[in-house]
Structures are given as structure tokens and as C-alpha cells.
Design a protein around this ligand. Structure first.
Ligand SMILES: [Zn+2]
Length: 324
């Protein structure tokens, strides 16, 4: 569930704690200029970040106030100052926590607001103290704007199998045939693992391939035009829009983009039919729906050329889109 904004928030929580620790040191070793400068620069960094995240104005103001007071040696090492410091600290942490919750509620596809979408199958009985309770261990949200589903909470202990089963050889061959039918060139950008069956099949299909391992790699690459871009496990990333953005950038006009993702509605149907309470493998970050895929494509100037529902146990949706 890590987005760059969420990572920034985690860094800020840590910075708050280290700033307070630094000021505690400053209080015990009075007159230490280096400690003073560290505290001030930490606080100013926090202030700037809080502004950028459009945090509550009073928290921003108080962060600035503490920085000014320390910068100008305007504080006395007394209980009152310490109380004020900790009041600021807890207020800042609370605001950061609020921002984190808000981040979880935001749809990673369109930044719209989601509402909780779940089935009873996603609830487990009992906690470690033996109390009978129904506790959500995994929560999916449905975006009211674009209609896609996304993961808002997942207890790590429910996952027994981190890795999903790979694609079968037959499926990979069929995917490459589907792509070949629509693609007008031989150059391909493959975003995914070079150990995957899909990559191997793309090689045997005769494509000239440039392979990238993921978002980190894609952001540093030189822009080129490819006839085909394939993205493996796109919906496992909460920052999937960043990947799609770069991927469509790398597509030649009329180029073909392939990706797939799990079908939540079908998976839930199956769980209900089987009577099991929960599937025990890691969930994807995003689950595309039909109308959700359409609005996603629109967002990136793509038209959907083909949409297939495949698989029996965990149904997947395969999309081939074309850059206009
Ligand atoms: Zn959305």
C-alpha cells in the first residue's frame, strides 16, 4: 500500500520523533550550536512538507513557532517548554495519522473517494485473547468515481502464500498471439521479471525486447517509442498510474499496451460458492472493473481494443489498449 505520498508521511513521522529526541539532547547539553541547527533544519523540513501536504494550518504554524523559538534561543529549559514541545509533537503525529487515513481512502486510479466494499467472507472470527468478534482482516474499497476496487487494509498474517502461481505456457502463447494480431511493429518494452514465462514467450515470439524490472527502473529510462509495451503485475502496485503514465509515454502512436489484473467480483463469487471464508494469498492493490478500465484508458489517451476474462479459480481480466 505504499505510494510516494504514504512513504513521505512515514518519513515525516520518523523525522518528528528524531527532532524531539534532538531537542531533548539540546536541553541537556545547553548551548550546543550543532544540535540547535539540526533541530531547526528538521523542523523547517517538517513545516515545508506539511505545507506541501496541505496539512492543518495550526500544525504548520506551531511547527514554525517551535523552529523560531529554538533558532533564536528564545526558550528556557523548563517544564513549560517541554510541555509545549510534546503538545506540538502529539498534535503533529495526529495530523500525520489523519493524512495517512485520508491517503488510504483515496482511489489510486483516479484519486476519487471510495466506500468500503466487502463480503462477510472477508471477516474472521476471534482475536488472540479468544474474544468472539468479527474483525475485518482485509478491506476492499469501491471507488465512487471510476468504479474500480482497491485494497485499503490487509493483515499480513492472513497471507499464507505471497507468490501467485505463474502463467501457464499455453496462456502466455495465447497472449502473445492476441498481441501480434493488433501490433504493428516488432519492438517491445517489457516491464516485469525476465524469469517469467511471459517474458520467455515474448522472446520466442521474436520481439526485440527491452526489459525493465519495475517503476524504479522505468523512471530513469530514456524515452523511446515501442510498438508494444507489456506490463506484468501492474495492479500489484498502488502507484500503478505512475507506471501507466511512463508506459504510454514509451508507446509509439498506434502502439499496443498489454496488462492484466485480477477480477474481484468473480473471485468473490467463487469464494461464496466454495464456502471458504478468505483467500490466503496476497491481494492486489487494485482490481479493475469493466467501467473502471474504460475510465482508466481515457485517463491515458488509450482505447480498449480487447478485454478478456480468463482463468477458472482466480479470474483475471486481460486488457489490450491502443494509443490513439
Ligand atoms: Zn477511482
Amino acid at each position: 500500500m505504499a505510494t510516494s505520498r504514504m512513504n513521505q508521511l512515514v518519513v515525516m513521522v520518523n523525522l518528528c520523533s528524531s527532532v524531539v529526541e534532538g531537542i531533548e539532547h539540546l536541553i541537556t547539553s545547553q548551548g550546543n550550536d550543532r544540535l540547535k541547527e539540526d533541530a531547526v533544519s528538521g523542523l523547517l523540513t517538517l513545516e515545508e512538507n506539511l505545507k506541501g501536504l496541505q496539512a492543518d494550518k495550526s500544525v504548520i504554524h506551531e511547527t514554525r513557532w517551535i523552529a523560531e523559538v529554538i533558532k533564536n534561543w528564545l526558550f528556557v529549559y523548563d517544564r513549560e517548554f517541554r510541555d509545549r514541545l510534546y503538545r506540538w509533537y502529539f498534535k503533529a503525529l495526529k495530523e500525520l495519522r489523519n493524512l495517512m487515513f485520508a491517503e488510504i481512502e483515496i482511489c489510486p486510479v483516479c484519486s476519487g473517494k471510495g466506500t468500503v466494499h466487502y463480503g462477510a467472507s472477508l471477516y474472521m472470527e476471534g482475536d488472540e485473547a479468544g474474544n468472539e468478534l468479527l474483525k475485518p482482516v482485509r478491506i476492499f474499497m469501491k471507488c465512487e468515481e471510476c468504479g474500480n476496487y482497491y485494497l485499503a487494509k490487509e493483515e499480513p498474517w492472513i497471507i499464507k502464500r505471497q507468490k501467485r502461481a505463474g502463467n501457464s505456457l499455453a496462456r502466455c502463447k495465447r497472449i502473445l498471439t492476441d498481441i501480434k494480431r493488433l501490433a504493428s511493429g516488432n519492438s517491445m518494452l517489457f516491464i516485469g521479471s525476465q524469469n517469467s514465462q511471459l517474458y520467455k514467450e515474448a522472446v520466442s515470439a521474436g520481439y526485440e525486447i527491452n526489459a525493465l524490472l519495475g517503476v524504479e527502473a522505468i523512471s530513469s529510462m530514456i524515452k523511446e517509442s515501442y510498438a508494444v509495451v507489456m506490463i506484468e503485475h501492474l495492479t500489484d502496485n498502488r502507484d500503478m498510474n505512475a507506471i501507466l503514465d511512463k508506459a504510454t509515454d514509451c508507446l509509439a502512436d498506434g502502439g499496443i499496451l498489454w496488462f492484466d489484473g485480477p477480477d474481484l467480483d468473480k473471485s468473490m463469487d467463487l469464494l461464496e460458492k466454495k464456502g471458504s471464508t478468505l483467500w490466503r494469498q496476497a491481494a492486489s492493490e487494485v482490481y479493475l472493473t469493466k467501467e473502471g478500465t474504460e475510465s482508466l484508458a481515457k485517463l491515458f489517451g488509450l482505447t480498449i481494443e480487447s478485454r478478456k476474462q480468463v482463468g477458472t479459480t482466480f479470474r483475471r481480466i486481460e486488457i489490450i489498449a491502443k494509443k490513439a
